[in-house]
Ligand binder design. Structure first.
Ligand SMILES: *[C@@H]1O[C@H](CO)[C@@H](O)[C@H](O)[C@H]1NC(C)=O
Ligand SMILES: *[C@@H]1O[C@H](CO)[C@@H](O)[C@H](O)[C@H]1NC(C)=O
Ligand SMILES: *[C@@H]1O[C@H](CO)[C@@H](O)[C@H](O)[C@H]1NC(C)=O
Ligand SMILES: *[C@@H]1O[C@H](CO)[C@@H](O)[C@H](O)[C@H]1NC(C)=O
Ligand SMILES: *[C@@H]1O[C@H](CO)[C@@H](O)[C@H](O)[C@H]1NC(C)=O
Length: 179
């Protein structure tokens, strides 16, 4: 009996997460392309704790091809001054969900655009098998600052996925390398 209940609750738990990390309905990559600021970040990794205070709003640009793949180019401050990084997002069978190889963690991760209204904000989840070290929620904005209601949506959603309140950051300064 106990086993059955346990299995059942694990199943429900899994289904619950699958239900929450689901791409934006009728995702439109074309409209998602172009410049985005990363206005907020939820990241619970122990490695990130000492770096939290340095987090700034950075800017990225999404380009896409006709096959449905995308590149994200990010500019920001690195160890040796201004740096530029490119992420190659490969499409999956689910529109709005991509995969890419994380050089840092040496694993394939999925990237899901959970919600986007294209002209103002997007919620993006990295690695939907929510794991402390590997998973992130990002709030993208077409502007470096967003309305309080959108910030609250981002906070609520991150908490719902199990991120701690301390891990949800909305930096107030913009990375000078971004503009
Ligand atoms: C940003 O992306 C848009 C749309 O994909 C593209 O037209 C533009 O050239 C890119 N800008 C830069 C600076 O790469
Ligand atoms: C992404 O970048 C690679 C090379 O860095 C390029 O070959 C490819 O066409 C780009 N794809 C998109 C969707 O911009
Ligand atoms: C997205 O948000 C902007 C700003 O509030 C709003 O003007 C626009 O109508 C929204 N778009 C959609 C598709 O909801
Ligand atoms: C997560 O990071 C902590 C601290 O760096 C480490 O002890 C732990 O093994 C890591 N877990 C995984 C799954 O990599
Ligand atoms: C966030 O969650 C709180 C508490 O559940 C709720 O009252 C509020 O309406 C939510 N805000 C948004 C923007 O979803």
């Amino acid at each position: 009996m106990f086993l059955v209940v346990t299995i059942l609750s694990v199943m429900l738990w899994t289904q619950c997460f699958n239900a929450i990390v689901r791409p934006q309905k009728d995702f439109d990559l074309q409209r998602f392309s172009g410049p985005w600021y990363r206005v907020g970040l939820a990241y619970d990794s122990p490695e990130f704790v000492p770096l939290k205070k340095y987090l700034q709003v950075s800017k990225g640009n999404i380009t896409s091809d006709t096959d449905g793949n995308a590149n994200l180019t990010v500019r920001g401050t690195g160890k040796k001054g201004c740096m530029c990084g490119v992420y190659h997002y490969k499409k999956t069978d689910l529109p709005g969900q991509f995969t890419y190889f994380s050089d840092r963690h040496q694993i394939w991760k999925d990237v899901t655009v959970v919600e986007s209204n294209y002209t103002e904000y997007s919620l993006v989840v990295k690695y939907k098998e929510i794991m402390k070290n590997f998973s992130q929620v990002s709030l993208y904005g077409r502007f470096p600052t967003l309305r309080e209601e959108i910030l609250e949506r981002f906070r609520n959603y991150s908490l719902l996925l199990g991120f701690s309140a301390e891990s949800i950051l909305i930096p107030s300064s913009i990375d000078p390398c971004s503009d």
